[in-house]
Design a protein around this ligand. Structure first.
Ligand SMILES: NC(=O)c1ccc[n+]([C@@H]2O[C@H](COP(=O)([O-])OP(=O)(O)OC[C@H]3O[C@@H](n4cnc5c(N)ncnc54)[C@H](O)[C@@H]3O)[C@@H](O)[C@H]2O)c1
Ligand SMILES: CC(C)[C@H](C(=O)O)[C@@H](O)C(=O)O
Ligand SMILES: [Mg+2]
Length: 368
């Protein structure tokens, strides 16, 4: 089998530190399991701006479109806060998602048994939790037109962003979510604000049509986004698969991350449409950002990025045994009591980013 082409984009801040730990696992897979990847490393975000004057160099985009999958760390940081809007690191991330057509962002919030005590919620509320947030990623408020800041005739300034979705955009994310729900527990919660926003009235109508015409075996419920955020904290186990608009999904997934103990635990997969051979463009990235407050200190949790790599092995490379192995290694290392600072609790051993990465590799050795 030809080596899979993996583009690695560490990005900025802790993105670079956590990616070093993924590289350890990749090296281990080469040495111990004879799995070689064709790896290219590229620039995105603030580091790309510093080197090339743009947060998404053409070379990076070309490499992403040619790769079998992309693994991204994180972008952004205060160093680039004052740049013009189109030069900001975050534009690089939004640009690569849009250009690769990655409309479906899967954000699984799974609570590891060993981390039940790291959650800020009571253990009975979170233990065994396993939900999947399906966030629409290339439309909605993030991309709708018109947008911008204008000066009115009276001298006032006006900021504009627009929430738009077409029926086909709603249907394709709806199908992605219904398909997942069908493979899991046949329950889908569509989150909207249909009591206030017309765009999400259309969203709700299209979800209902899909359920009636294509997915009668999946139970569909609707929830307003304000209630959904409250219910996620009150009783998250009522949810299985949730599907929602781009910005609602951004907010709900950070909220869901805390149920698992830390934002440093949540991986994600951003997927495009399947081609005739069933292959999809895909980018894997942790849900967290570049964490400027802890960057450069070797204390960030690398597990969200390591778990994103395991999603890449599972979904893009069909290396299910290796993905399982990494997830078991993470589970065992946590069971053994090692914790980065963000998931630390009394009686456990606080370790650095590097030591956590080394421990995962040692565990992989033990397991195989
Ligand atoms: N996907 C991405 O690249 C992405 C996602 C979110 C934010 N950002 C960018 O990152 C920068 C910082 O944003 P922010 O502070 O709002 O969000 P953030 O996710 O970077 O950090 C929020 C908080 O969570 C902590 N945290 C995040 N990841 C962690 C990890 N792996 N281990 C331990 N603690 C972790 C941080 O220390 C911080 O206190 C901004 O420029 C923002 O635009 C990028
Ligand atoms: C950095 C930003 C553009 C990004 C988003 O809002 O999509 C981030 O918050 C995320 O969750 O991936
Ligand atoms: Mg976010």
């Amino acid at each position: 089998m030809a080596a899979k082409k993996l583009l690695i984009l560490p990005g900025d801040g802790i993105g670079q530190e956590v990616m070093v730990q993924v590289r350890r696992i990749i090296d281990w897979m080469g040495k111990k399991r004879n799995i070689e990847f064709e790896i290219t490393e590229g620039l995105i975000g603030g580091s790309a701006f510093d080197a090339t004057g743009t947060p998404l160099p053409q070379e990076t985009l070309d490499a992403a479109l040619a790769a079998d999958a992309v693994l991204l760390g994180a972008v952004g940081g205060p160093k680039w806060d004052d740049l013009p809007f189109d030069k900001k690191p975050e534009r690089g991330l939004l640009g690569i998602r849009k250009e690769m057509g990655l409309f479906a962002n899967l954000r699984p919030a799974t609570v590891f048994d060993a981390l039940v005590d790291a959650s800020t919620l009571k253990s009975e509320v979170v233990s065994g939790l396993d939900i999947m947030i399906v966030r629409e990623l290339t439309g909605g408020l993030y991309f709708g037109q018109p947008r911008g800041i204008e000066t009115l005739p009276n001298g006032e300034r006006k900021g504009v962003n627009t929430l738009t979705y077409t029926t086909s955009e709603i249907q394709r994310i709806g199908r992605a979510a219904f398909d997942l729900a069908r493979k899991r527990n046949k329950k889908l919660t569509s989150v909207d604000k249909a009591n206030v926003l017309e765009c999400t009235v259309l969203w709700r109508e299209e979800m209902i049509k899909l359920q009636q015409t294509e997915y009668p075996d999946v139970q569909l419920e609707h929830m307003y986004v304000d209630n959904a955020s409250m219910q996620l904290v009150r009783n998250p186990k009522q949810f299985d698969v949730m599907v929602t608009e781009n910005m609602f999904g951004d907010i709900l997934s950070d909220c869901a991350a805390m149920l698992t103990g830390s934002l440093g635990m949540l991986p994600s997969a951003s997927l495009g449409a399947a081609d005739a051979n069933g292959n999809r463009k895909a980018l894997y990235e942790p849900v967290h950002g570049s964490a400027p407050d802890i960057a450069g200190k070797d204390i960030a949790n690398p597990l969200a990025t390591i778990l994103s790599f395991s999603m890449c092995l599972r979904y893009s490379f069909n290396m299910v045994a290796e993905a399982d192995l990494i997830e078991t290694a993470v589970k065992n290392v946590l069971k053994g009591g090692l914790r980065t600072a963000d998931i630390m609790s009394p009686g456990k051993a606080k370790v650095s980013t590097t030591v956590m990465g080394e421990a995962i590799v040692r565990e992989l050795d033990k397991l195989s």
